[in-house]
Write a protein that binds this ligand. Structure first.
Ligand SMILES: CC(C)(COP(=O)(O)OP(=O)(O)OC[C@H]1O[C@@H](n2cnc3c(N)ncnc32)[C@H](O)[C@@H]1OP(=O)(O)O)[C@@H](O)C(=O)NCCC(=O)NCCS
Length: 185
């Protein structure tokens, strides 16, 4: 299925629950982010193809965002670098929100904050593997079937993209691989 991808971030403005704030991730948060991801996704996360692309591929910490609420880290979104064919892109994920704070707008707010930073920094394209009905709220749509390959099993119906630069999705063709060496920041 081919769908139009918006070039601008969507204009949904989510209000956060009282006491919650979105902040850039720092190295001090790394352990709490890992605890949240382990709690949210369990050990099965390491077998996923998207996780394999993150192995030995450090996150782009300048875009990572966390949500703190009442002294707890309750949400986090990470980004890492990939190439699709020769095109540069960011891989979004994991995105996790603690169940105590679900459905309060935190997931969307985390994505919007991280993606705004990425767009300002000159990134071109963000891809992810996830539920289209949810990520459509943050401006993602389906990658046309057959356009990209991932280096392992994946449900291609869940492969989604959001372009910052019009035409960047069309240029991203072929195998996706980790791209830890690109230095944009
Ligand atoms: C999915 C997740 C990140 C959503 O975060 P959140 O802060 O609870 O979500 P938000 O508050 O931003 O959005 C909530 C809305 O999205 C909807 N939504 C949540 N997950 C959805 C999904 N998988 N598919 C479709 N809609 C979804 C909710 O029903 C809610 O709808 P409403 O506004 O009409 O009531 C969070 O629930 C989570 O961490 N889940 C487990 C891990 C996961 O699946 N991560 C994503 C894959 S990387």
């Amino acid at each position: 299925m081919t769908a139009t991808v918006p070039a601008k971030p969507p204009s949904i403005v989510q209000s956060l629950p009282e006491g919650a704030v979105i902040l850039p991730e720092t190295e001090d948060h790394a352990e709490a982010v890992e605890v949240l991801n382990a709690f949210t996704f369990g050990p099965g996360r390491f077998a996923k193809t998207a996780y394999r692309l993150r192995r030995n591929n450090p996150p782009v910490i300048a875009y990572n965002r966390i949500c703190m609420a009442h002294g707890r880290l309750v949400g986090a979104v990470c980004f890492s670098r990939v190439r699709i064919g020769t095109a540069r892109a960011l891989l979004l994920g994991p995105l996790a929100v603690h169940p105590d704070y679900k459905n309060k707008g935190i997931g969307i707010a985390l994505m919007q904050a991280g993606m705004a930073a990425a767009q300002v920094a000159g990134e071109r394209l963000v891809v992810l593997v996830g539920d289209a009905p949810y990520y459509a709220r943050a401006g993602f749509s389906h990658v046309p079937r057959g356009q990209m390959e991932m280096p392992g099993p994946v449900d291609y119906a869940r492969l989604l993209a959001h372009e910052f630069v019009p035409g960047s999705l069309a240029e991203a063709r072929g195998m996706m691989r980790a791209d830890p060496d690109t230095d944009m920041n």
